[in-house]
Every structure is written in structure tokens, then in C-alpha cells.
Design a binder for this molecule. Structure first.
Ligand SMILES: Nc1ncnc2c1ncn2[C@@H]1O[C@H](COP(=O)(O)OP(=O)(O)O)[C@@H](O)[C@H]1O
Ligand SMILES: [Mg+2]
Length: 448
């Protein structure tokens, strides 16, 4: 599956999260799409401060907590707080072993994907406020039961002119990933199709009484939609590696979706590092170390851990955030038991943050936010009922019932999900506890 698609799917469940929702170092109860988990968010906020001040070198974070307590959500929040154009690369430990390239190559690529390079160039760009946005959705090519964006049209307007542009799939995905909506001011590089979100237009921000601490308000530009101007490219070291290894292709004409999984030689990487160093010296580029998020890290083996340990000591390394829900377990590739299945020299580098199960009210607020971002209207009674289900079973289960409940509602020609629709899907899809009970009961009967 193309990497862009895989990453898109993984990030979609957390699209409601725009930051950690802090005021100074204190967490607001509900802000930036985040609910509760106050201590973990405040700890994460401190980490962000240290990273920004360059005091986090050589360290890493470990998020520990039961499934569905917001570990991935928190990592997403950290990446958002680090700022625009800062890469966030989520991988699961099992992916490292299933990749068709060598383990170390996969890891090197992953680390280099998480180092952003912001390049400034004079380019032809389309610039303006998004007036209309139509994105077509189609079933996924390998998984027809999920929908993915396939293309669409976008209408941009300046103070003086307007223009409608057609877009392809990677363009549509990049718009969604950046959360581009009508009322945003954006720039599009005319030759590569790269998109940069500049901010929210003053008019749109005033109309929706936007929270000015999290929204960047900008003026709508003047002049024609297409113009010559300095464009800022958020690239990554890995994208530059790929461009460089395809000799003759300008790195500026690269679409981010066109990446192949193959090995990249050391010389190529050295040339890229040299080019980037020059650009930085000339003031034409800035380096933005990002975040690699490694989920299920207790499944990593000893070789991988020592590779990561070594790379954290290097001059240019991203922030590594591990997550696990395992306690004492053996380190893969050894007979040693260790906390979280991690070798001690790595454990020494870690700041550990725990995420705790949610209260019913917190589950309710998360469901409210998720339903809004999935555009699923809920009757208050349905929301209350889902919150009950979530606290009796799990947050994930309740979140997962949203989409099927909406289907039932639509089938009954109802515009909103009512309690009865949730009851219906609760009967159809059982939660883990009920599925285990069911099998146990079944087994007992079989033994009699
Ligand atoms: N504190 C929170 N605020 C808002 N949404 C949350 C919060 N915690 C979890 N979620 C959302 O609930 C779902 C499950 O959480 P997730 O981060 O995947 O849990 P974990 O990674 O610990 O298994 C995701 O959609 C996530 O974005
Ligand atoms: Mg997770």
C-alpha cells in the first residue's frame, strides 16, 4: 500500500487533535481536541518545552497505559505543539519486520522521514483564500470498505481575483492531512502541487469567533491568484534522499506520494546532508527535527533497540516516542526479562508518562468531539448511552459504534443517531468482554 495512504489512515483517528490544549504548563480540561488525561498532557507539555529549548537531546519518551487511553492521541498532540511542518511519523513495531527492506534501512528511512527541512525558494505559486472545496471519495483500492479521497476541485480567491483548480489524489490527501477547509488561506506550488496552509482568513475567523490562541489569523492576499513569490517547502531528509537517488529529478518537482520502498545508498544520504548543510548556511533552509512514534515497542528486538539507542546520540536525530501496554516481558532476541521488554541502557534515557483509563464524563466528551469530526450528528440521549457503553466496556468500542449507528440511522431516514440506533448496533457488534464470555459459555456447553 502506498505509504501516504497508510499514514493517512493511521492519522485519521486522531484528526480532532490539534495540540495538547495547555495554558502555560497547565492543561485545560477540554481544549485542542483533548479531554482529561491532565497529568499526562502536562508532562507532555514540559517535554515540548524542553524539546523547543534544545534540552531533550539524547532522550526519548515512553508512554505507558492500557489500550485506548490516548497514547497515540498524546503523541499526536506533542507533534502538533512542536509546530507546523514538523514531521510526525507513526510506525508500529511489527511493521519493521514485515517491511520488504532490511531492518536497519527501514529504521534509517523512518528516522530521516522525521527530520523536516524547510526550504525557501522563489516559485510560481497559487495563493488565496479557499472559497470552495470539493473532495471526491471512493472505496480504497485494496480495501473497498474504507473510503479514501481521490481528487476534487478547489476554488481560491484573492482580494482581486479567483480561480478554480482541479486536484489529484495525493493533492487531496495532503489537503485533508493539513486540515484545509474553506476560509483558510493557502499556497500551492504551481509545479509540484505542494500545499502550505498559511492561516485562517480574518473574515472566517471573526465569523466563527475562533480561539485566537490556536488559530493563526491572516489577511487575504491581493493581486492575481497565480504569482511569483517565495514559497516555503516543508520537505524531509528522506524525501530529499529519494529525489537525489532519482538522478536528474529536481527535488522541487517531487510529489510526496510517489515514494518507493527501496534501499538508498550511503553516498546519496551524504550528498543530501551536504546540500542541506549548504542551504542552511546560506539561510535558504531550516532544519526541523520531528517525532517518530513507535507503537507496540515491546515487540522491538535487541538489535533495533541498540540501533535506536545509537542514533539518538547523533547530531541530527528526531524525538523518539515509544508506546506500550506491556509490563515486565522478555526483550525480543534475548532471554532477558525487562520492564516493558526494553534494554536497560535505553530505559535509562526515557522519560515515562502514564496514561490512565477515562471517567464516564471524559468518555462522553471524547465521543462528542469524535462525532463532530466524523460529522455524525447524535441525539443527546444517544451520546449519554454511548458514554455508558464506553465506561462499561472501552472507549474504543464506543468510538467504533459511531459509524455503524449512523448507517442504521440513515437507513431509517433519520438525520441524527438516536439511542435506539446505538442499541441496535450494540446488539449486532459485541465488545471484547461479551465475546470472551460468549466463547467461554460455548466451550462449557461443548464439554458437557
Ligand atoms: N484525551 C483524549 N482526548 C481526545 N481524544 C482522545 C483522548 N484519548 C484518546 N482519544 C481518542 O480515542 C481513540 C483511542 O485512543 P488512542 O490514542 O488510539 O489510544 P491508545 O493509543 O492508548 O491505544 C482515538 O481516536 C483517540 O484520538
Ligand atoms: Mg495507540
Amino acid at each position: 500500500m502506498p505509504t501516504a495512504l497508510r499514514e493517512w489512515e493511521r492519522i485519521a483517528a486522531h484528526s480532532h487533535i490539534t495540540g495538547l490544549g495547555l495554558e502555560g504548563l497547565k492543561a485545560k480540561p477540554i481544549a485542542a481536541g483533548m479531554v482529561g488525561q491532565v497529568e499526562a498532557r502536562e508532562a507532555a507539555g514540559l517535554v515540548v518545552e524542553m524539546i523547543k529549548k534544545g534540552k531533550f537531546a539524547g532522550r526519548a519518551i515512553l508512554l505507558v497505559g492500557p489500550p485506548g487511553t490516548g497514547k497515540t492521541a498524546l503523541a499526536t498532540g506533542i507533534a502538533k505543539e512542536l509546530g507546523r511542518d514538523v514531521p510526525f511519523i507513526p510506525v508500529t513495531a511489527s511493521e519493521i519486520y514485515s517491511a520488504e527492506i532490511k531492518k536497519t534501512e527501514f529504521l534509517t528511512q523512518t528516522l530521516r522521514k522525521a527530520i523536516g527541512v524547510r526550504i525557501h525558494e522563489m516559485r510560481r505559486i497559487y495563493e488565496g483564500e479557499v472559497k470552495e472545496l470539493h473532495i471526491n471519495q471512493e472505496p480504497h483500492p485494496y480495501n473497498p470498505y474504507t473510503k479514501i479521497p481521490t481528487g476534487g476541485t478547489i476554488k481560491l480567491a484573492t482580494k482581486d481575483a479567483s480561480q478554480t483548480l482541479k486536484m489529484d489524489q495525493s493533492f487531496a490527501i495532503s489537503l485533508i492531512r493539513q486540515g484545509v477547509e474553506t476560509g483558510d488561506v493557502i499556497q500551492i506550488d504551481a509545479d509540484s502541487g505542494r500545499v502550505a496552509k498559511v492561516g485562517r482568513s480574518r473574515e472566517a475567523a471573526e465569523k466563527e469567533k475562533a480561539d485566537l490562541t490556536t488559530v493563526q489569523v491572516v489577511d487575504v492576499p491581493a493581486g492575481p491568484v497565480l504569482k511569483h513569490k517565495e514559497f516555503v517547502y516543508p520537505m524531509t531528509l528522506h524525501e530529499l534522499d529519494v529525489a537525489q537517488s532519482r538522478a536528474g529529478v529536481s527535488m522541487f518537482s517531487l510529489f510526496f506520494g510517489g515514494e518507493e520502498r527501496k534501499e538508498i545508498s550511503n553516498e546519496v544520504r551524504m550528498e543530501v546532508d551536504e546540500t542541506v548543510r549548504k542551504l542552511v548556511e546560506e539561510g535558504r533552509a531550516e532544519i526541523l527535527p520531528g517525532v517518530v512514534f513507535i507503537d507496540e515497542c515491546s515487540m522491538l528486538d535487541i538489535e533495533t533497540f541498540s540501533f535506536l539507542n545509537r542514533s539518538m546520540e547523533q547530531e541530527l536525530s528526531p524525538i523518539v516516542i515509544f508506546a506500550t501496554n506491556r509490563g515486565i516481558t522478555s526483550v525480543r532476541g534475548t532471554d532477558l526479562k525487562a520492564p516493558h521488554g526494553m534494554p536497560l541502557d535505553l530505559l535509562d534515557r526515557l522519560l515515562i508518562i502514564a496514561t490512565k483509563p477515562y471517567s464516564r464524563d471524559e468518555i462522553l466528551e471524547i465521543l462528542r468531539i469524535r462525532s463532530k469530526s466524523e460529522k455524525i450528528p447524535l441525539e443527546p440521549e444517544a451520546l449519554e448511552y454511548l458514554a455508558d457503553l464506553g465506561s462499561e466496556t472501552s472507549l474504543r468500542y464506543a468510538v467504533q459504534l459511531l459509524a455503524p449507528a449512523y448507517e442504521v440511522a440513515l437507513a431509517e431516514k433519520s438525520k441524527k443517531v438516536a439511542k435506539k440506533h446505538v442499541e441496535r448496533v450494540r446488539g449486532l457488534f459485541i465488545d471484547v468482554k461479551r465475546s470472551v464470555d460468549y466463547l467461554r459459555e460455548f466451550e462449557e456447553k461443548m464439554l458437557k
